[in-house]
Design a protein. Structure first.
Length: 194
């Protein structure tokens, strides 16, 4: 019996483009020519295979894809918000210290001192560097830039990430005190939770 493949998301269809079935796609990869290297992508559940007929760059880092069998505005509209995936086995190896998004999502994040921060729930692509959205134990959200000055170690075997956060990155009270504000306990306790 064949085992179901595991999938990696490589992009998301944002909207149709034109009348002939092209779609605007937000790539979820640091490789600019990712779609030009692929023969096909999969979309939906159960996953349906779409052979890539044409790829061309679009503005703001988006790409336009023409998928086989998607020949009209109506067919393209049916793919809106669809995640484009490929089997994990088709992913090429990355250079050292580079990771796929599916590797980073759901990692448990700790400070270098061993304090658990939370779990990575989202990755925002900002252009200059990614930003990891961490859900903290108390329900708050922390935004961690994916830069070497902050992210110190990623261990995919143990599913952990160790960070050295900048002052105030995880605790707003700490940031206010570090900026020279009064350290009086009463005044610090009156600060609103942000």
């Amino acid at each position: 019996m064949q085992q179901d493949p595991e999938w990696a998301t490589v992009g998301r269809v944002l909207a149709p483009f034109g009348l002939r079935g092209e779609v605007k796609v937000l790539p979820m990869s640091d490789l600019p020519d990712r779609f030009a290297q692929l023969e096909a992508v999969y979309c939906g559940f159960p996953p349906r295979r779409y052979r890539i007929e044409q790829v061309r760059p679009y503005r703001s880092g988006l790409v336009l894809l023409k998928l086989q069998g998607c020949d009209s505005l109506t067919a393209a509209e049916a793919l809106r918000n669809c995640e484009l995936q490929i089997p994990l086995a088709e992913l090429p190896p990355l250079p050292p210290d580079s990771y796929y998004q599916h590797d980073i999502l759901n990692l448990r994040v700790f400070t270098l001192e061993g304090r658990e921060v939370g779990t990575i729930r989202e990755i925002w692509l900002t252009g200059s560097n990614d930003v990891y959205v961490i859900r903290m134990a108390d329900g708050r959200q922390a935004l961690i830039p994916a830069v070497k000055e902050v992210v110190k170690q990623i261990d995919l075997v143990r599913r952990t990430m160790y960070i050295d956060p900048w002052p105030g990155m995880l605790d707003e009270r700490e940031a206010i005190i570090d900026r020279g504000e009064p350290e009086d306990t009463e005044e610090a306790d009156e600060l609103p939770d942000l």
